[in-house]
Every structure is written in C-alpha cells, then in structure tokens.
Design a protein around this ligand. Sequence first.
Ligand code: HEC
Length: 451
Amino acid sequence: MSIFRLAVVSCLSGVAVLAAPDPSKVTFNKDVLPILQKNCQSCHRPGEVAPMSLLSYSDARPWAKSIKAAVVTRKMPPWMAEQNVGHFKNDRTLSTEDIATLTAWADNGALEGDAKDKPAALTFQDGWNIKPDIIVEMPKPFQIPATGTVNYKYVLVKTNFTQDMWISSAEMRPGNPKVLHHGKVWVRPPGSHWLENAEPGEAYENETQREIIGRNGAEEGNDILGKFNPGLGAQSFDINGSAKFVPKGSDLVFELHYTTNGQPTQDASKIGLVLAKNPPLTRYYFNAGPTASNLAIPPGDGNAEVVSEVTLAQEAKLVYAQPHMHLRGKDFELRLVFPTGETQTVLKAKWDFEWQVGYELAKPIDMPKGTRMIGISHFDNSANNRFNPDPAKEVVWGPQNWDEMSNCFIGVIIPTDTKPESVFKRSGPSLLPRGHSGPTLAALEAAKRNE
Ligand code: HEC
C-alpha cells in the first residue's frame, strides 16, 4: 500500500515539474510579463488606481520581492471570495502555476530574458471601454480638499430623457481617478422622492443634509445604473437578452466616495450608456437586497454576527451580488433558501472596505417566488481592528463610516412587466426589533419558537 502511494505521489510531482518552467530559467519577458498583462496591468499602469506601473521590466524589477509577497499572501490581485464557494465571471484569483512562476522569478534574480520572447504590449483604450450613445456628466466639478475625510456625496443630475430607454451597458468614469475611490450612478424615476428638494448639480451629504437627501428606500423604485470601482471597467446588462430600463423623465443621482491625496483638486464624473439594439427579453434590476437596518454591534465584540433577509415576492434570476459594510466589517455570506427548503450558499467573502468588490455570477440562479435571500455578516468591534473608529461604542445602522451597515446589493433579471420595487420584501431577522446585538441566526430561531 505504501509503495503504491509513493508511486502516485512521485508521478504527480513529475507532472507538476513538467508543467511549470524550470525556476532558474524563468524570465520576465517569457514567463512573467504575460501574467502581469492578464492579471495586473488593468490597475498597475500610469493614470490608474495602483501606486506603481507594472508595464515594463524596468517598472516591475524593483517590485519583484513585493510582487512575490503580494501574490503568495493573495493580497493581489484583490479578490475576497472564498475559493470553494460559487463561480464568478469576474474572478481575479491567480492560478497556483502563475503564483509559482512569479515566486520563482523573484527568487532567482528576477531576470529580464530575451527580448524576442516578449509578448506584444497590450493596448489600453484611453477613455471609454464602450461606445456610448449617451453621456451624462456632473454639471459642475466637485472640489476635493488636500487632506481630511470627505463624506459620501450625492449629486442630482437633470437629464431631460424624453423617452423610455433600454440600456445594454454602462460605464461610470471618474473625471479624476486619483480621488474618486468608488461611486454609483442611480436612476431616479419620475415620482421618486429621493433628493426631490435638492438643487441639481450641488453635492449633498447624509451627515449634515439628511433632510434634503431624504430616503433612498426600495419603494422609490430607484435602480443602480452604473458604478465605478478601481479596475472594474464597463458593466453589461445583456444576459441572454436582458437590459436595464430608464423610464422617460428619469433623473440620475451620482453617489461619490472621494479620498484626498495631498493636493486640492476637483472631479466631474460621468456615465456613458449604450442603448439596447433589440427589444429586451427581460429586465436587469440592481438594488439593495438583504438589509440589516436593525443591526446592533456590542462594544468590544470581535466577531459580532448580523443577519438580514428578504423574500422574493416575484420570481427572479440572481446574477450579481455586492456586499456592503463599513470599517468594522469582517466577512459576508449570501445564502438562498428555496421554497423547497433547499439552501445554497452563493458567496462567502472576506470584507475589505477599500475594495467594495462586486461578484458577477458565472451562471444566473433561478429564484422562484418565495425564495429567501439571507445575508450573514460578521464585524470586529474590538480594539484589535486597526480600522475601528471606536471599540467602546455600541454601533447601529447609519450612513457614516463610523456607523455600520450590513447589506448586499443584488442584481436580478426579472420579466419586463414586473415592478422592481415589488421584488424584495423584508422578512425574518430584518423584521425583528433592534436589540443590543444582532439580529443573529440564534435570535431568529428563538423568535420563531416563541411565535
Ligand atoms: C483592481 C486593481 C488591481 C489589480 C488587478 C492588481 N492590483 Fe496590485 N495594487 C492595487 C492597488 C490600488 C494597490 C495599492 C493599495 C494596496 O496595497 O492595497 C496595489 C498594490 C500592489 C503591490 C504593493 C503591495 C504592498 O504591500 O505594498 C504589489 C506588489 C502589487 N499590487 C502587485 C500586483 C500584482 C502582481 C497584480 C497582478 C497579479 C496586481 N497587483 C493586481 C491595485 C490592483
């Protein structure tokens, strides 16, 4: 038996040796550059979010050791989802072979190699990744100070859209990518009360101007049209013939999270839209799903659980999930409970406030009416969390970074005649009154027993 096992092991390692290049012969031009082109240069090039370029040998050479450290620890490329749960189109995970190649390069003198082995340089589009039919820009730039924290800003933009439109793809572009950390553009359909008292073009914040901003509740019918995250590019809404609906008379709301970078500067972000070429078969709708507005996180708790839930009042297909928490967030799980009682974990991901990663499902998941979507998150409200603004505080839901949130933005495909605001109904733990912790799965079970 032991001989047999030995044989299998040596045979496997033989295969591995054949597949990976000889470590001492690994060169930048032949082995490393193709990996950087495919996985890193979207962010690591001049003008993009990352602090250094990895386009050429001279750019990358000084970073060889840090590249090894960053890929071995899986800090880079940034991707938070657990490997064995769910499949995602936009998965950035490096293969173990690629990690081995980058490691071998760094450990063996980071050689340049022969110029004739070098793949052609990638050409990057300067500007749009789509060919927009319509571009909407903030009417005036927002002034960003040199230092300090800038709260989330909301800018109402009047569009004068005179007809109903179906959109097949969108791309939000910062005016200044050095200071726009991430952002969203929302459709505000006619009749929505959100920001109805706002002066178009002015930037408002929840912290001091809540009465002007008002509530962005699901009942308002608002819909996320496009978003910007570092390295995200354009978003397609065409999944087997679906498109996003923008009713005539809609306005747009730009939601902007700026970071300061040492110099006063300004930004006017914009969004480009591509009109659907064919009548849509289904509608792509994107809004907050499970939301824990009743959350309470005890002071000092290093692993506080918070559970939230919505039930589908209409059938829908799940195509996208983007958890959202603030500085105390640790991890997030999205679980489906089908009407049959079967459960499926769609996503399990570490949380990192800096990245706000969204997950594009490799295959849409059918969710019949009555399916429950459950969000389970954990928070570190202890002094061990270096981002924690105040471990002594009991934290509740709120818009500021020092408050918390636990929700998950959800992209679904629905029939074109379904009213989007009727899709998600709060249920289960999200209906419990706020206590001093949770709501937790255990508290929910207890509440059920007492019913
Ligand atoms: C989505 C954008 C993005 C992608 C893709 C990306 N990076 Fe980064 N990278 C960043 C940003 C932003 C930083 C600086 C902030 C940070 O360290 O988190 C960074 C930092 C780094 C650092 C410095 C780490 C440190 O500890 O100081 C290294 C090394 C690095 N990246 C290597 C890579 C490599 C190698 C790849 C591809 C295999 C890659 N990155 C892919 C955005 C990206």
